[in-house]
Design a protein around this ligand. Sequence first.
Ligand code: GLA
Length: 351
Amino acid sequence: MSIEKNLFGLLPNGKEVYIYTLKNNNGMEVKVSTYGGTIVSLLTSDKNGEFHDVVLGYDSLEGYLKGDKYFGALVGRFANRIQYGTFKLNDKEYKLATNNGPNHLHGGIKGFDKVLWNATLIEDKNNILQLSYLSVDGEEGYPGNLNVNVKYILTEDNSLELHYEATSDKDTIINLTNHSYFNLCGHSSGDVLNHKIMINADKFTVNDKYSIPTGEIRNVDGTPMDFRTLTPIGANINSDYEQITFGNGYDHNWVLNTTDSPLTKVAKAICEHTGISLDVYTTQPGVQFYTANFLDGSDIGKDNAIYNMRNAFCLETQYFPNSINCSNFKSPILKAGEKYDHKTIYKFSTI
Ligand code: GLA
């Protein structure tokens, strides 16, 4: 296990951005940038022992400064949409920055994906990279000075563990996630329609046509949203089921079946060609399964790859989108002085 630090580039204000390379003894390698806490690349072995980069991204910092797709980003303060960017907390109405029509998306105009994180190495047997950021009271409209620490831990069983912790000096809301776009056949290998996926959820949250959960929770049974057993991503992606037409594919939150264990296995994805398999475990109540419906070939990625629609999938573990405005959803409120503490593990293996 080792961690190496290199300069990734300079921000327009001259500040240095670093890239940290985490490596385990099996040769698995994850690169993380201090700009946006972004996972820039993730190399893992296929069934023949060859390594593939299984996340979409850019070769250089410039790509991330220009891009608007959240490739690999650490998303906050609030992942996904908040309707009209407004919410009420302790009888006070808050108005957040709106950056997705009239709605707030992924933390606003300058979310956590666009800030510079401070890196420290916690040198114990795990060699942990910790990224920290202080989001000041009022940033993007959110209340409270929010102190955030995110640990990136690569283990010898080929797991990348992300451990999110935060505290605030005022009551606030928070919903952190990682927005990696996975393609387990390799980042430049085209669409993921033949990947098989399992999502451990009997229910999902129904969206309106602007991809905002309405508050309705629906059974997946008998719908194209049923991924309780391994199913090709493409099996029903062009269905005329209204939820799919609203999202132009999958762009929904699944209500995870949780168990007594704090970390539940919530999803699995497989590329049969490489044999690379991804298992996702989390403490979070939901996962946004997104099939890269907004990629349109305009992003030139690593190694000059052109990323088109459905060339990847995201599994963004989180509180439900718009949960602060839906009283039947698990509350994303973080009380002053209390601790937000969530973990997600992406575990790689081969079949
Ligand atoms: C999330 C959203 C999508 C889209 C992407 C980023 O997954 O649900 O609608 O905004 O992020 O492009």
